[in-house]
Design a protein around this ligand. Structure first.
Ligand code: CTP
Ligand code: MG
Length: 577
């Protein structure tokens, strides 16, 4: 997966990658040249007192050093550019994919892990890419070139290279193998922590109201502790790693000086060659260390890449039709034909055998007890879910054969849980129709009985709305959502219990204004109050996912037992109140 991701998402940045390769090649060769020049200065210049030679070679050394620095900087610059762009594209890929998910697909993963995958996991892969680009070329060349140059300085000391490199690889490699499973479990713990935190922040009022802070703090504490424990285990291994590496480097240095010193004493080796050999050995060991670090990042990044891949590989369960049908007319006629529906994974159907028709200009109301399936029924029209059997038709065409845009353009839904986005009032109202004029917004607000309170808010249309719309009351939020639906001027209105938070007088005024505005549209209202739905052209009484009776208010009053019960219960409730 890691390879696939990198290949797919780094393609546009090949020119940068090519630049990185060229610059690093130059910088590494320059770095390998420097100790050798240094040795020449000591052995040929200093030892013979040849000032001229020292100046010449010193100047060359300075030049090479400058080239080395400049190319190294350029290499890192292009490497960072490529890696960051890669990360950005990958994040965008995850975001686009998640945006195409249906409600069901989101549930398969859960929101917290989708968030972690789109942020933290992408960052891990991006980090590998950055490290990879910065060391990919330099490390092997430094390693092989270093060995070659070291042997050129002195063949007899070569066994020091053959001993120290495997020891370093063995030690670092062992730690890396121990680290891999820990990194894997770390991503899971981050997910869990995100999940708990998210739930608690969203539910903060409930937590307060039930004085559950201690319990919730405990839950968070547990998740936090798990993450800490894993991080500590990782830390413990890292703590071992640096001293171990340091020790190997220092022992190698001491060995070079010890054995090399003996050879210098015996006159078999010059001092400059010895310093150069030492520098090459250190360069080799550094390169090996960097290579192993890289190797260490690969398992973690590949865990993350797999998790990202799982998201990217999802085929959205609700797909756009391959050959979309363009409806002959766009009047907004809604028809349910023998529709049954069950939530994914559930055995019992939530809706069975639902059939009804709503003509343009008509109002169809749905009433039924909590959990009867009213919200589920509405969700089928904008295709938030697909039916199990039967068909939902919009203007005579099954919604599964319509393009999404074609549906949303004609159907506007006011959800049961009204949701507003952070931003301003007008930003929310223009959600479905960005080009709407201010007058249109005010007209929608007037119909929705929201104009007064928006006018009273400090900024009018430009007033701030907090995330989720939490800075306006439930009833205000409902009315803003109604206005938002009105602005799009759809052919079909779906109101899911959208008047529940309004007082009876406002409810009545709103519906009167709405009636004029929606005269040609198809209106489907889910309502709890009999007064809200009494004047509908057709009322469907829903019970346990079945339509048990249908008719006008008067007809139902006469013959439907369930309906009479509902009416009576509300009358008594009002009498009690
Ligand atoms: N349900 C489910 N999964 C969901 C939503 C609902 O399994 N994501 C099931 C519940 O068991 C519920 C049934 O579907 O009993 C009907 O839910 P819904 O359509 O939301 O009922 P409503 O009639 O809208 O209930 P309310 O009046 O409370 O809004
Ligand atoms: Mg509902």
């Amino acid at each position: 997966m890691l390879v696939t991701l990198i290949r797919r998402y780094s393609k546009p940045y090949f020119p940068y990658v090519a630049a990185v390769v060229v610059f690093q090649l130059a910088s590494t060769i320059a770095a390998l040249y420097l100790p050798s020049l240094n040795a020449r200065i000591i052995d040929e210049g200093v030892s013979r007192g040849d000032t001229d030679y020292i100046w010449r070679t010193g100047g060359l050394m300075l030049g090479v050093a400058l080239i080395q620095v400049a190319t190294a900087i350029a290499g890192v610059y292009f490497g960072s550019k490529a890696a960051m762009a890669f990360g950005r594209d990958l994040r965008r890929g995850v975001f686009r994919k998640v945006s195409s998910f249906s409600a069901r697909d989101v549930n398969v993963f859960g929101a917290p892990t989708l968030i972690t995958r789109g942020t933290n996991d992408v960052q891990q892969v991006q980090m590998l890419m950055l490290m990879g680009l910065n060391f990919m070329v330099a490390t092997p060349i430094m390693c092989i070139g270093g060995i070659f140059m070291a042997l050129r300085e002195d063949l007899n000391l070569s066994w020091l290279v053959w001993v120290s490199v495997p020891v370093l690889v063995a030690v670092v490699g062992y730690l890396v193998v121990r680290l891999m499973p820990l990194f894997r479990s770390m991503q899971v713990k981050i997910d869990r922590l995100n999940g708990v935190l998210r739930e608690q922040i969203i539910g903060i009022r409930v937590v307060r109201a039930f004085v559950r802070e201690p319990h919730e703090a405990e839950r968070f504490g547990a998740a936090n502790k798990e993450l800490t424990d894993v991080s500590l285990k990782i830390g413990a291994l890292f703590v071992l790693m640096f001293p171990a590496i340091g020790m190997i480097l220092h022992v190698a240095t001491a060995a070079v000086l010890w054995f090399g010193g003996q050879r210098v004493d015996a006159g078999d080796m010059q001092v400059g060659a010895l310093t150069a050999f030492l520098q090459y050995l250190l360069q080799i060991l550094m390169a090996v260390m960097m290579g192993t670090f890289m190797a260490m990042m690969i398992p973690r990044a590949s865990v993350c890449a797999d998790r990202i891949g799982e998201v990217l590989d999802v085929e959205p369960s609700i797909r756009e039709p391959l050959t979309p049908v363009a409806p002959a007319q766009k009047a907004g006629r809604v028809e349910f034909r023998n529709v049954s529906f069950a939530y994914p994974g559930a055995e019992v159907p939530v809706l069975s055998d639902i059939s009804f028709t709503a003509e343009p200009g008509q109002t169809v109301a749905i009433i039924g007890s909590t959990g009867a399936g009213k919200t589920s029924l509405l969700a089928l029209l904008p295709r938030l879910y697909d039916t199990a059997s039967g068909e939902v038709l919009l203007d005579g065409v099954p919604v599964s054969n319509l393009e999404r845009g074609d549906i949303t353009q004609r159907v506007a839904m006011v959800p049961q849980r009204p949701y507003l986005f952070s931003g301003t009032v007008e930003h929310n109202l223009r959600f479905g129709k960005p080009e709407a004029m201010d007058e249109e917004l005010w007209e929608a607000l007037t119909v929705a009985q929201a104009a007064d309170f928006v006018r009273e808010m400090n900024g009018g249309l430009a007033s701030r709305i907090a995330q989720g719309g939490t800075n306006v009351s439930g009833g205000q939020r409902q009315r803003l959502c109604i206005a938002r639906a009105l602005v799009t001027e759809p052919k079909v209105f779906l109101f899911d219990d959208s008047f529940s938070a309004l007082d009876v007088a406002t409810d009545a005024r709103l519906r009167r204004a709405l009636k004029a505005k929606t005269a040609d549209a198809t209106v489907i209202i889910v309502g709890q109050r009999v007064s809200t739905i009494a004047d509908a052209d057709q009322i469907l009484v829903l019970d346990k996912g079945r339509i048990v009776d249908r008719g006008t208010h008067e007809e139902l009053l006469e013959r439907s037992g369930t309906y009479q019960e509902i009416v009576e219960s509300q009358l008594t409730a009002e009498a009690v109140a």
